[in-house]
Ligand binder design. Structure first.
Ligand code: GLU
Length: 449
């Protein structure tokens, strides 16, 4: 089984995040392959780690001064065994093929866990929306969709948002798709409510991550009431996650962006959260401004010399990383464990390095990997697709209660899968095994394609 790791490393030596994601899954599913020699004969690991299709394209666009720029666009269609490719688009300067492949790979297992019929894919660009005007973002999105539109469709591949792609970008992308194809269909999710979006979709990832945390706590007869929580990020996921923690009686004391973080010992209440939402979503400002409004809070800028993130070094009960991959390094992991954190539920995709994950599991923390904990976002995207197909829209309560039910089901599936392979309490093993078995069985049912 280690052969598969050397195989993918030799094929694409520079795709470090992809290797990391594959290594974690391979480690978890070893006992599954040992019990099922047929899986080995069928080369399921070789098949599941090779994308069904990779699309890479030029995205030329004009800035407000009529200067031409060129970015690179990606869509990795990883696996369609259980449904059309589904997964977000990320616009961020760090984007490259390795990052998109790791995200697409994670998405396959995440989507499988949701109980809905969605395959896995991911896309994006190294375009940086930060500091760009609405016109520039629109022209970029239109150029991006001019190519992407050939490859996607409501029954083929349904993109959505991710870092740097929110309601504004989805609007521009959808408008261009509709114009090019002359079709009003549910080809993207995360749409605005008035033209095909679903209630609760903006909230879903953050809420779902908290619902998952509540399920984990319930196994120890605990709740979030009175718990101090560290949250990183300040985008869509972090914002709605904070709202749900407040709803359930917890206290969020940190938020961050790529420049630094704020620590508010008194807790970020509803009013402060509304301020953050204005700041981030409307003014598109920096989290540093928070302390101008709330002077009791402390802002710490990122110090590139420091080998740990002080955000994770505060005393707390729970941690919710909602920023980006590998944001929790081994030292951050140690700080979390030493400072009494007993629950980590990941709103971001693969935010903890493997050494930190091992530490959390060895110390018996309630640790939920992103592919299980943050699956609520794509789950409600699946519900948006269902509503689009029926040309109906469900009330808020209905979507929220389905989301809650799905998160509970993912939790129980992880627990059952981990138990049946002798790894009780290990949500990483549970999520990987359950996600893997469903997709692999579907692949085998459909023959060698
Ligand atoms: N980008 C989100 C994720 O990581 C949502 C994907 C979707 O809704 O398709 O799961």
């Amino acid at each position: 089984m280690t052969e598969i790791i050397s195989l993918i490393k030799n094929k694409d030596p520079e795709q470090r995040e992809f290797h990391q994601a594959v290594e974690e899954v391979v480690e978890s599913v070893k006992p599954v392959l040992e019990r099922n020699p047929e899986y080995r004969r069928q080369a399921v690991l070789e098949r599941i780690t090779e994308p069904e299709r990779v699309i890479m394209f030029r995205v030329p666009w004009l800035d407000d001064d009529a200067q031409v720029h060129v970015n690179r666009g990606f869509r990795v269609e990883m696996n369609s065994a259980i449904g059309p490719y589904k997964g977000g688009l990320r616009f961020h300067p760090s984007v490259n093929l390795g990052i998109i492949k790791f995200l697409a790979f994670e998405q396959v297992f995440k989507n499988s866990l949701t109980t809905l019929a969605m395959g896995g894919g991911k896309g994006g660009s190294d375009f940086n929306p930060k500091g760009k005007s609405d016109g520039e973002v629109m022209r970029f999105c239109q150029s991006f969709m001019a190519e992407l539109s050939r490859h996607i469709g409501p029954n083929t591949d349904v993109p959505a948002g991710d870092i740097g792609v929110g309601a504004r970008e989805i609007g521009f992308l959808f408008g261009m798709y509709k114009k090019l194809r002359n079709e009003f269909t549910g080809v993207l999710t995360g749409k605005s409510l008035d033209w095909g979006g679903s209630l609760i979709r903006p909230e879903a990832t953050g809420y779902g991550t908290v619902y998952f945390a509540a399920e984990m706590l319930a196994t120890r007869e605990e709740t979030l009431e009175g718990k101090t929580c560290l949250v990183s990020g300040s985008g869509n996921v972090a914002q709605y996650l904070t709202e749900k923690v407040i709803d359930l009686g917890g206290k969020v004391v940190t938020l961050s962006d790529s420049s630094g973080y704020v620590f508010d010992e008194e807790g970020i209440d509803r009013d402060k959260l509304t301020y953050v939402q204005q700041l981030k979503n409307i003014r598109r400002g920096r989290i540093a401004e928070y302390v101008e409004n709330y002077p009791n809070a402390v802002y710490t800028p990122i110090d590139p010399e420091r080998d740990y993130n002080p955000l994770w070094a505060h005393k707390a009960d729970c941690a919710f990383p909602c920023a980006t991959q590998n944001e929790i390094n081994a030292k951050d992991g140690e700080n979390l464990v030493n400072n009494g954190v007993s629950l980590i539920s990941e709103g971001a995709n693969m935010p903890s390095v493997p050494a930190a994950v091992d530490l959390f599991i060895d110390h018996g923390l309630l640790y939920a990997p992103g592919k299980a904990a943050n699956a609520g976002g794509v789950a409600v995207s699946g519900l948006e697709m269902a509503q689009n197909s029926m040309r109906l829209s469900w009330p808020r309560e209905e979507v929220d209660s389905r989301l809650k039910e799905i998160m509970k089901c993912i939790h129980n599936t992880c627990v059952d899968a981990s138990e049946s392979y002798g790894a009780k309490g290990n949500y990483v093993a549970g999520a990987n095994i359950a996600g893997f078995v469903k997709v692999v069985n579907a692949m085998l049912d459909q023959g060698l394609v």
